[in-house]
Design a binder for this molecule. Structure first.
Ligand SMILES: C[S@@+](CC[C@H](N)C(=O)[O-])C[C@H]1O[C@@H](n2cnc3c(N)ncnc32)[C@H](O)[C@@H]1O
Length: 299
């Protein structure tokens, strides 16, 4: 959703931007192109391979950018506060991450890994083979919406006593044996894989802290563009945005209008209803079909 992001950010010469999810740097390159001759970009990704790809992709814009490996929840520890005209968070995994079986994000034969940042010790195999049955069920239900979460967790805990599940294919086939496809298009392990990925990378915690960081580094009038890919991210973003755009604070346990305290809102919604990619983009890149863009502006 390059065009939509550029329309929301409207990059101009002399402005600074932060891309917390560089990936292959398609968005970053477009922002640097549109803010020529002297716009600046701070770029971050927690994936080493993405950072290398971005470095190459952006070489033509040197020296107008600085890149760092890290979680975007650290943006405000690096970038001066109130300095950026725009921040982009294009959440989730990238196509290269999904396509490389060795990263363990897909059903193709690979280690049960799923780490975006390979410096982190926790892998999906650790969760599957050492987490308690209760916690596994909770992960599958809360992060995957998996209706058979308890049954799957129980079966996994039983199975791993005999032989640990260490590859993506083993896990996918194990779930498929528990819940045969019966002609359904989506793989029965889809939700379990999504849930494990979110848990391994603490994606929702990072997102909440990343939004707080974005608010700090934005200058007044600056905008944050967020591309979400599933309902949990949408819910979190809407709640976070609603909270910051309200002109009152809720003081009690529940929102009783009599107990509201007035305050000046920190942000305003520019685009609260998710913008979706057009048919041409979905045809060219089927993975973009679940993307939704929302935009908030700092007051
Ligand atoms: C959908 S891709 C971004 C694609 C990019 N906008 C482009 O134009 O090519 C998402 C990227 O964000 C990174 N990522 C996801 N969560 C992150 C986080 N919390 N901190 C830093 N990078 C993150 C992933 O490693 C991945 O490379």
């Amino acid at each position: 959703m390059l065009v939509e992001v550029l329309e929301a950010l409207q990059p101009r010469a002399g402005q600074k931007f932060a891309d917390g999810t560089l990936g292959g740097a398609g968005h970053a390159a477009a922002i640097l192109g549109a803010s020529a001759p002297d716009g600046w970009l701070f770029g971050m990704d927690r994936d080493e391979a993405a950072l290398e790809a971005a470095q190459q992709r952006l070489a033509e814009f040197a020296p107008r950018f600085e890149l760092r490996r890290g979680n975007f929840d650290e943006l405000a520890d690096w970038i001066p506060h109130a300095s950026c005209a725009g921040v982009l968070l294009d959440l989730g995994v990238s196509s290269p991450q999904l396509d490389m079986a060795g990263r363990g994000f897909s059903f193709a034969e690979g280690p049960l890994d799923m780490r975006m940042d390979t410096r982190q010790p926790l892998t999906a195999a650790d969760l599957v083979n050492h987490e308690s049955e209760f916690e596994l069920a909770k992960i599958f239900w809360e992060f995957g919406g998996e209706r058979q979460s308890r049954r799957f967790a129980k079966a996994i805990v039983e199975q791993r006593k005999a032989k640990p599940l260490t590859t993506t294919k083993q896990l996918a086939e194990f779930i498929e044996r528990l819940a045969p496809r019966h002609g359904k298009k989506t793989h029965p392990a889809t939700q379990v894989f999504q849930a494990l990925r979110i848990a391994v990378n603490d994606e929702l915690g990072s997102m909440r802290r990343g939004l707080d960081a974005a608010l700090k580094i934005l200058q007044p009038g600056g905008r944050v563009c967020v591309l979400t890919f599933h309902g949990l991210e949408v819910r979190l973003l809407k709640d976070w945005g609603d909270e910051r755009t309200r002109d009152y604070i809720v003081t009690g346990e529940i929102d009783d209008p009599l107990l509201r305290k007035p305050r000046v809102p920190e942000m305003r919604w520019v685009q609260r209803k998710g913008l979706q990619p057009g048919a041409a983009e979905v045809n060219a890149n089927p993975r973009s079909r679940s993307a939704q863009l929302r935009v908030l502006e700092k007051i």
